[in-house]
Design a binder for this molecule. Structure first.
Ligand code: XMP
Ligand code: MG
Length: 191
């Protein structure tokens, strides 16, 4: 956060730096690759848009260097309204483009908060008869411990604050930040 980009002025604190994110993704990809060395049919990565878009792009390429072949699928679901707390109501905005029956699926998630979104998604993917469904989440908040969602791979446990950057937004902004940070309080009250 020293290159003078416009967004630096809106960030109160950087939680995870660009380098930390990169190193962690390489580590996660190596773990996933080692655990799925000879998975039949390769892996099917399911990215949950829009938040996980950066993670999917970087994770899939890291996996490509060390792992089994992978195919990339995208879904969009909505669990938040305009606010910043989970509603538990999940809507499919974009469904999978193909049949996933018999496939080994890895859900590529940006952040697990209450776990409500993920728990709904896992049931949905299982109902479509995937051979296995596992999750790699780059960030996890403390609230996630309250819900029983099996997240096999976790990048970072972060504080219970609303964060932006690296795909995560506030009102659709800040997704392009290369790091993850906390916004200054005045940003929320700006009109
Ligand atoms: P739940 O509570 O269902 O929420 O696990 C998961 C989804 O909520 C979004 N989310 C956030 N988005 N900053 C964001 O920009 C945050 O701090 C945050 N916490 C949760 C995100 O879309 C995630 O998939
Ligand atoms: Mg969001």
């Amino acid at each position: 956060m020293s290159d003078g980009s416009w967004y630096d002025a809106d960030i109160k604190q950087v939680i995870i730096s660009e380098t930390e994110i990169k190193d962690k993704i390489d580590e996660l990809a190596k773990q996933v690759a080692a655990d799925h060395e000879s998975v039949p049919g390769g892996l099917l990565l399911v990215c949950v848009l829009k938040g996980a878009v950066m993670f999917m792009a970087d994770f899939s390429r890291a996996l490509g260097r060390c792992g089994p072949p992978a195919e990339l699928e995208f879904m969009a679901v909505s669990s938040y309204g305009q606010g910043t707390t989970s509603s538990g109501v999940v809507r499919i905005l974009k469904d999978l483009d193909r049949d996933i029956a018999g496939r080994h699926v890895i859900v590529v998630e940006d952040i697990v908060d209450s776990g409500l979104t993920l728990s709904w998604l896992l049931k949905y993917l299982e109902s479509r008869e995937a051979a296995s469904v596992e999750v790699v989440a780059l960030f996890r908040k403390p609230g996630a411990v309250k819900v029983q969602v099996p997240v096999r791979y976790v990048g970072f446990d972060i504080p219970n604050e609303f964060v932006v950057g690296y795909g995560l937004d506030f009102a659709e902004r800040y997704r392009e930040l290369p790091y993850v940070g906390i916004l200054k309080p005045e940003v929320y009250t700006r009109t």
